[in-house]
Ligand binder design. Structure first.
Ligand code: GTP
Length: 254
């Protein structure tokens, strides 16, 4: 089984992992699934699929249940995390449905065995789906409590030999300081893992960040709500912030 496809024209990347937080699916509703939002996401994914890029999706569950919040309010952490993982499976089913409405062949896999609704996560099967240009939705987190969706994204990105993680968020990139508190905070176009670590920039939780840094897996953080951003990221254009091993930093407007 070949692990990576050959390079394509028009796209910088051959295989990507798009990490979507649950909040992204909620759109302006804040909780639940916003149909217009998920439809627009599916359209954006269709656009990059047409460019030939192979797409793995990791989906969060915070729009339905926030494990960390419930734990902080006294719930058993492991139980709360399992509930969060179940929420990601619900989101995965919704995403698969909307992708298929766009004509995109998709496969839902889950790290938690739930065979009547999703395939189990099997790495080689996921790679095979990608090679066949199917979209693979990876739900159920890592299957273990105490891990975040970001860590799932980092782990699966490495397992599936993707070229980059796209962390789709509701912010337009990473700043060198909190832009809400410091008006002079500057937005990075590019920053190294080392600088991000030294400045304690909040990109991913520490487990996810270490996995990416140690294995030189680049991360691009951008606002998925702005249509066209996903395509720009796939083309390798400057959108949001690219975190990689390359030394030095570049700011927007400098
Ligand atoms: P190929 O083997 O490459 O042809 O992949 P395929 O996914 O088309 O074949 P397969 O026969 O494995 O799957 C057919 C359909 O059944 C797909 O929609 C799968 O997502 C689904 N499927 C496969 N295994 C499971 C499972 O364990 N549980 C559930 N719920 N669906 C499954």
């Amino acid at each position: 089984m070949s692990e990576k496809p050959s390079k394509l024209s028009g796209t910088k990347y051959r295989r990507i992992l798009l990490k979507l937080s649950g909040e992204v699916l909620a759109g302006d509703d804040k909780t639940g699934i916003n149909v217009a939002t998920i439809k627009s996401l599916a359209e954006q994914i269709l656009e990059i699929h047409r460019m030939g890029v192979e797409i793995a999706l990791v989906i969060g569950g915070g729009n339905i249940f926030r494990g960390m919040k419930a734990a902080s309010e006294g719930m058993d952490r492991a139980t709360a995390d399992y509930m969060g993982m179940m929420a990601t499976i619900i989101n995965g089913l919704a995403l698969m449905d909307f992708l298929e409405q766009e004509g995109l062949v998709s496969r839902l896999q889950s790290a938690i065995e739930i065979k009547s609704i999703a395939e189990s996560f099997i790495r080689r099967k996921a790679i095979r789906h990608l090679e066949k240009k199917r979209i693979v939705i990876l739900s159920g987190g890592t299957g273990n409590p105490y891990f975040t969706t970001d860590t799932t994204a980092a782990l699966r990105a490495l397992e599936l030999s993707v070229d980059i993680i796209f962390k789709a968020t509701r912010v337009d990139g990473i700043y060198d300081d909190d832009p809400e508190k410091n008006k002079n905070a500057k937005r990075y176009q590019r920053v190294s893992f080392m600088e991000a670590l030294q400045k304690q920039l909040k990109i991913m939780d520490s487990t996810a960040f270490s996995l990416c840094m140690d294995n030189e897996m680049p991360i691009q953080v951008f606002d998925i709500r702005k249509e066209g951003n996903l395509k720009m990221a796939v083309q390798g254009d400057a959108v949001g912030t690219l975190v990689s091993k390359s030394e030095g930093a570049i700011y927007y407007g400098s």
